[in-house]
Each structure stands twice: as structure tokens, then as C-alpha cells.
Ligand binder design. Structure first.
Ligand code: ADP
Ligand code: ZN
Length: 735
């Protein structure tokens, strides 16, 4: 879609259809006096209220024209492009989401109904104050973190966790100033003509290929594969440069956006300015500004979390999905969608290029590249001399492991060797907390959550039991809640906190740091700790999967995986794939650096002959993917067949089971489309927050029209009050 094709215009009192954000969806209204364009945002009366809506097209209803109500107000925002409306419609069809919910996703910016008037903001103004308190320091830190952005006074105080008086004090001291600033300024232009780094041969070839695709101006998807450190980012920044040169907008999606400070400075070094940022950590004013500037084409590059895909870009020419295999691209709440797949959909509509970058691509993308649907570019070596780590298994069956110990003698001596050389070790265990199970040795009771079918996990640092499903916490009891016997409760199995305890006992002189998402109250605190580790301020890092994501630890030369078997269990379709990706990513943390001896990754396992463990050790990715693809093809599983999950929940088990059986008994529309229905079955986590959950699974051949079959099947059956029904097309998790 080109921005110059003007959308339809509706003159005064024309009958128009408006898509509202309310469940009623599309309703007819009268165009306002000055007329309105398709794609414009409006406020329309609905009963006694005014609600947000989008001019969808010509009105269709036969409701008496004289009784139609006029649009109340046209908002001061760029109209959505017809291609964007098309995208929202097709995304809604694909995910079986109601259109009003899609519109909500596309309008998630604050104060859209307010004009771009000036507002009072705090900006940096002068020297640090003569008296620097801890509270003042925090305010200054927030300003620094946001690269000179401006804040409303109350917002700044809130982000810094201080009272507004502290901010006012800094204004009186002349360090900060309160000014009237216009809202919604365009972003400074990134300069694509600044030189990039000189590229290695394979990087150059990949960059040329992408540049050419972008110059062609059509749609295409490329899988850019290369181990961590091979220079994928360097290559796709060249694609961004080409897109900017073509005068179009570029979007880079990252999984852990809060941790992208390093990335933003790289962009700044390459293009002279920072890109627009879109994620939960940016200020309200910036969100609003970015939303408007995306629509006006006044921001060239946006770096964002998955929801940035629903910004109303004026002319999107490139979407990069970095770490495309990452499960955080799948949203499983209200609207179930995979940002990777929706990026491909959006690009195909707006004639844009997609780059899917990963060291360990998803099986879906691998198959699409193998079949020629996507192009594939490989970066074969690490940039410079840095090498992949050596991989080895530690066979736990052959190790002497005392009860309640999880670090084998072989792994421990490898850590000792690193300590002697002043290098870092990382011990990886993908389990938060101290112990996953608390059991009473008197009666056998396992302490469970009151609201969920889940065991409470002991978090010793917080001194509480925590339910990882619903977040409920309670103090760690001294007596068994079931038999009341004192002092018989025992923590079973390891979590990272317990490994930390073992590390403290086994390596008393080493400095250890635990990296686990629950131990940091803010993204800021986590960032600081990661920076400290990078600077070498820790000997042993003990971490959950947050360590697997793109951080750079120069002194790290050993990765020890405490339980490589953990992800192999369970009936999850993607257990092998996930395990493979995670182990590979974690192992990739070791020995990233040029000029140093390659690092070592050691996997503790009870099954060194398991095919997944062997594939990880041998480094033969293609063989692994071939085998995994073959297994899925035989069973008709994704991406060779299709799955859709239906999750029903209700406080009463009888109600939800009856309705699920009722749906299953009327599944002819599914069978007519060639699909089969499995279930109903209690979901693996059968109760969450007091709601009983039942799952149905639909399995269909690849070509089947699953979405319309599901819609036809569900339409005639009205769910009982308070029953929630979600449809998850291409489910990633089966909980
Ligand atoms: P990936 O995205 O594949 O993990 P990066 O693009 O982050 O790899 O590159 C890894 C490191 O190597 C980065 O510090 C990057 O700046 C550096 N690097 C990559 N390619 C080059 C190059 N051609 N010239 C100089 N440094 C490079
Ligand atoms: Zn719970």
C-alpha cells in the first residue's frame, strides 16, 4: 500500500460505517459537517457515552437515515492507511479475534482524543545540585536512562519512586527546569548515509541480498541464520539503512525490549540518532508521540516489543523479527497472536520485506525456508576469531552425587579451574525459586495453591511460598497445613536459589550472583546487575532463562547446565525444539570473544544418548531439524498440519465440562472441513485463579480452512454466563 493512494471521502451527512472499540462492532452513523475519510479515528455516541471508532467505509444498514446519529468528533490523527485496515481485518480473521479488539490493539496510545496542545514538562537544565540525596539521585538516573526525554512532573516522580517535592527541589536548584513544550514532535531523522562497519565477506553477501530485495519494493521474507555473534544485527542494520534511503519506515522487534540499551546505542552509532521506542517501559508522552509519528511517517525506525506491530505506520518497508524463535512473540492473553506470523502478514499487505533473525530458528521458519517459501541467508562464522564453545555431557549416572547436591564433581572442578584463572562460570537452571515442591514428611502432603492446580514454590530469598500460575504468595509455614505436625516440611528438588546455596558452600571465596526475573523489582535493577556482571564483578552467575538472551559477558568461559533433561520431559509438541534452542542459546554465552580460548559448555544429564542431547552436543543443527521435521511430518503436526486450541474456563467444573461436551457433540462443521476434534480434556493446569479449565484441540490438514470451520462450529452455541472461551490458533503452549 502506497501512502499516495487517497482513501475514500464521505461528505456531510453521508451514511458511514464506523468500527467501534465496543463489542457491538460496526454501526452506521452520519458523516460530520466537514466530511470524513475512511480510516479516520472518530468519537461516536453509543447510548449515553462517546466511544472511540474508526471510519470503516460506506454505511450498509437499512436503519432510517433520519434516525442515524452523527459522528461526534473527528480526532486529530492521521487516517489509517487502507492497507492497515486490511491487515487488521485479516489478522482478526486469522486469529478469530473480534474486530473491536483488533482496533483496541491498534489504538493503544494515551489521550488519543486530546489535541496536540502544549504540556508542562521537566527537562534537564543545569549542574547537579550542591546537595545530592539518594532520592534526587534516583530522579537524575531516570532522566539519564531515558536519554534526555521529557516527563510530566508526576510521571518523573513516579518512575523514580519519589514524591513530587523531590522533583520540585531539583527545579529550584536549577538542575531541572519546568517548561511548556509542544506535544508530538517528529523524531530526528536517522542518517543512512553514515558508514556502517566494514563487513566480512559472508556479511557483505547477506547485506547485498537484503538491500536488493528492499530496492525491489515488493514483499519477501528472509530467514537470516547465524550463531550468536556472527553479525546478524550488523547485517540487518544495513537493510534498515536501505529502507530509510527508500524513504520508508523500518520496524525492529526484539523479545526483551527492556534490556535493549546496548541495542539503542548501536543504532545511534550507526545512524546518528536514536530510533523510536515502543514497549511497556516508555513514558506515556513518548507512546503517544510515537503512535502519531508512525502514522504521519515522521519516525523512520521503531524498535519495539511485539505490540509495535499494531502501530499505524504510514509506509512500512521492513520488519525485522530478532530472535524470531522466541516464545515471547506469542501473546496468549485476550488476543492470541504470534507477532512473527503477523509480521509476515502485515509485510505481504504493505509490500515490505521481513527479516527473521535467529541462531536457532523455529521449526516453522526452518521448514518455510527449506520449501522455498522464505529465502535463507546464513552467516557461517562468528565475527572475528571468536569460536563456538566446546560442548560436553556430564553423565550423572556415573557421577558421585550426594543427596541434596546438584553440582557434580566434574562440573565443580571445571568451576574451580575458572576461579583460578579469574574467569566467570555460569550455572544454568530454568527454575525460579528455591525448591519446586514442599512436602510434609509426616503425612506426605505437598503444599498446593488454593486457587490453582499447582504446587507452591518455595522462594527463600523472599521467605514465601509462591504460586507460579497465579502469583499468590504466603509465608512458609512451620507446621504442615494438613496434619499440623511441626518441623516435618521438606523442600524437594532444586531451583536457582538452592543452587546459589550450594555454590556458597562449595566455593566459599567466590562471588556469586543470581539472575532470576523475580529477584529484580525493576528492569533497571536487572540491567544494572547485568552491567556489573559484564564488567566482571562476579565469579559465578546462577541464572534462569533470562541469561539465555543476548547479553554479553566477556569473562565468561564456562557454562554448566544443571539439568539438561528438564525440558525433555512432558508431552509438549515443542519440548525437543525448545530444549534444543535453549541449550544452544545458553551454551552460546560462553567463549563469545575474539582472541580468547574457546569456552566450554557442560550439560549434566541422565540421558546422554537422548537424540536431542546428542544433537546439541554434536552441533549438527541441520540433522536435528531434519529429524524433528520428519517426526512432525509423519504425525501431521505443525507446520505440516494445523492445530487450534479451545480453552474453556468457569468457576464451576460441572458447567465447563457440560458445555465442552456439548460443543464436542456438535462438531460436524469441523469434520466437514476435514478437521478432527480431540477432547474435551482437563487442561494440564486444570484450575487457575479458581477457574476450572478444559481444553479441546483441533487437528487439521495443512490446507484446511480451519478458522471458518471453527467459526461455523461455535456460532450456534451460546456459552453459559461467566464462561470464558478462547481460541488459540497455532498454539505454542498447551497449558
Ligand atoms: P549477532 O546479532 O549475530 O549476535 P552482532 O551483529 O551483535 O551479532 O555482532 C557481534 C559482535 O561483533 C558485535 O559486537 C558487533 O559489533 C561485532 N561485529 C560484527 N560484525 C562486525 C564487523 N563487520 N565489523 C566490526 N565488528 C563487527
Ligand atoms: Zn495459584
Amino acid at each position: 500500500m502506497r501512502p499516495d493512494s487517497l482513501p475514500a471521502f464521505f461528505p456531510d451527512r453521508a451514511r458511514i460505517a464506523v468500527l467501534t472499540v465496543e463489542p457491538v462492532g460496526v454501526l452506521d452513523y452520519l458523516a460530520p459537517e466537514d466530511g470524513v475519510r475512511q480510516g479516520q479515528l472518530v468519537l461516536v455516541p453509543l447510548g449515553p457515552r462517546r466511544v472511540l471508532g474508526l471510519v470503516w467505509g460506506e454505511g450498509v444498514g437499512d436503519f432510517d437515515l433520519a434516525k442515524l446519529r452523527p459522528v461526534a468528533r473527528v480526532l486529530d490523527a492521521e487516517p489509517f492507511q487502507p492497507g492497515f485496515l486490511d491487515f487488521l481485518t485479516r489478522a482478526a480473521d486469522y486469529t478469530l479475534t473480534a474486530l473491536p479488539l483488533m482496533l483496541r490493539m491498534a489504538t493503544r496510545a494515551p489521550d488519543l482524543d486530546q489535541p496536540p496542545a502544549a504540556r508542562r514538562v521537566i527537562v534537564p537544565a543545569g549542574d547537579p545540585p550542591p546537595r545530592m540525596t539518594e532520592a534526587r539521585q534516583r530522579v537524575m538516573q531516570v532522566m539519564a536512562d531515558h536519554g534526555g526525554a521529557s516527563f510530566a512532573p508526576s510521571e518523573l516522580a513516579q518512575l523514580a519512586g519519589v514524591g513530587t517535592a523531590v522533583v520540585k527541589g531539583l527545579v529550584s536548584a536549577g538542575t531541572l527546569a519546568e517548561i511548556l513544550a509542544p506535544r508530538d514532535l517528529p523524531y530526528p531523522r536517522l542518517d543512512p548515509s553514515l558508514p556502517g562497519k566494514p563487513l566480512a565477506a559472508d556479511q557483505q553477501a547477506a547485506a547485498d541480498d537484503l538491500r536488493q530485495a528492499i530496492r525491489g519494493g515488493g514483499y519477501g521474507t528472509t530467514l537470516l541464520r547465524g550463531v550468536t555473534g556472527s553479525g546478524k544485527t550488523e547485517v540487518y542494520l544495513e537493510a534498515v539503512a536501505e529502507c530509510l534511503r527508500a524513504g520508508r519506515q523500518a520496524l525492529v522487534l526484539l523479545p526483551e525490549i527492556a534490556l535493549s540499551a546496548e541495542f539503542l546505542s548501536r543504532v545511534e552509532a550507526r545512524f546518528g540518532e536514536r530510533p523510536g521506542e515502543w514497549h511497556s517501559g516508555v513514558t506515556r508522552a513518548e507512546r503517544r508521540r510515537l503512535w502519531h509519528m508512525a502514522g504521519r511517517g515522521e519516525v523512520g525506525m521503531v524498535v519495539g516489543a511485539r505490540s509495535a506491530l499494531f502501530l499505524p505506520f504510514r509506509d512500512l518497508g521492513l520488519i525485522v523479527v530478532d530472535e524470531e524463535h522466541d516464545s515471547s512473540y506469542k501473546q496468549e492473553d485476550v488476543v492470541y497472536y504470534n507477532a512473527r506470523d503477523m509480521a509476515v502478514l502485515r509485510a505481504s499487505i504493505s509490500k515490505a520485506q521481513v527479516v527473521l533473525a535467529s541462531a536457532t530458528p523455529s521449526l516453522e521458519s526452518w521448514v518455510n525456508a527449506a520449501s522455498g517459501k522464505y529465502r535463507r541467508l546464513d552467516l557461517r562464522s562468528r565475527y572475528g576469531q571468536a569460536e563456538l564453545p566446546d560442548m560436553a555431557a556430564i553423565d550423572l549416572r556415573a557421577e558421585d552425587m550426594p543427596l541434596g547436591r546438584w553440582i557434580s564433581p566434574a562440573l565443580a572442578s571445571a568451576v574451580d579451574a575458572r576461579l583460578e584463572k579469574g574467569q566467570q562460570s555460569l550455572l544454568f537452571l530454568n527454575r525460579r525459586g528455591f525448591a519446586p515442591v514442599t512436602v510434609c514428611r509426616a503425612c506426605g502432603e505437598q503444599i498446593a495453591c488454593h486457587q490453582c492446580d499447582a504446587r507452591m514454590v518455595e522462594h527463600r530469598f523472599q521467605n514465601r511460598l509462591v504460586c507460579h500460575q497465579c502469583g499468590e504468595t504466603r509465608p512458609i509455614p512451620t507446621a504442615c497445613p494438613s496434619c499440623q505436625v511441626e518441623g516435618k516440611l521438606a523442600a524437594i528438588g532444586p531451583g536457582v536459589e538452592r543452587i546459589a546455596e550450594e555454590v556458597a558452600a562449595r566455593f566459599p571465596n567466590a562471588k556469586a550472583t543470581v539472575l532470576s526475573s523475580d529477584l529484580f523489582h525493576s528492569a533497571r535493577a536487572l540491567k544494572d546487575t547485568i552491567a556489573e556482571i559484564s564488567d566482571g564483578d562476579t565469579d559465578i552467575i546462577i541464572g534462569t532463562q533470562i541469561v539465555a538472551k543476548g547479553h554479553n559477558f566477556p569473562r565468561l568461559s564456562l557454562v554448566g547446565v544443571i539439568d539438561a533433561d528438564l525440558g525433555l520431559q512432558g508431552a509438549d509438541l515443542r519440548a525437543a525444539e525448545r530444549s534444543f534452542q535453549l541449550m544452544r542459546q545458553v551454551a552460546g554465552r560462553a567463549g563469545r570473544h575474539a582472541g580468547k580460548a574457546p569456552g566450554v559448555a557442560m550439560l549434566q544429564t541422565h540421558q546422554p544418548d537422548h537424540p536431542v542431547i546428542r544433537a546439541i552436543l554434536s552441533g549438527e543443527d541441520e540433522a536435528f531439524w531434519n529429524a524433528e521435521a520428519g517426526a512432525r511430518q509423519v504425525t501431521g503436526m505443525p507446520p505440516f498440519g494445523r492445530l487450534a486450541g479451545i480453552i474453556l474456563s468457569h468457576p464451576d467444573l460441572g458447567v465447563v465440562s457440560d458445555f465442552a461436551r456439548h460443543l464436542a457433540a456438535h462438531a460436524q462443521p469441523l469434520r466437514d472441513a476435514g478437521a478432527e476434534l480431540w477432547g474435551p480434556a482437563p487442561a494440564p493446569i486444570a484450575r487457575v485463579r479458581g477457574r476450572h479449565r478444559v481444553r479441546l484441540l483441533i487437528h487439521a490438514p495443512r490446507q484446511a480452512a480451519v478458522q471458518s470451520a471453527i467459526a461455523d462450529w461455535l456460532a450456534p452455541h451460546k456459552p453459559p454466563t461467566n464462561l470464558r472461551l478462547s481460541v488459540d490458533i497455532d498454539p505454542q503452549s498447551f497449558l
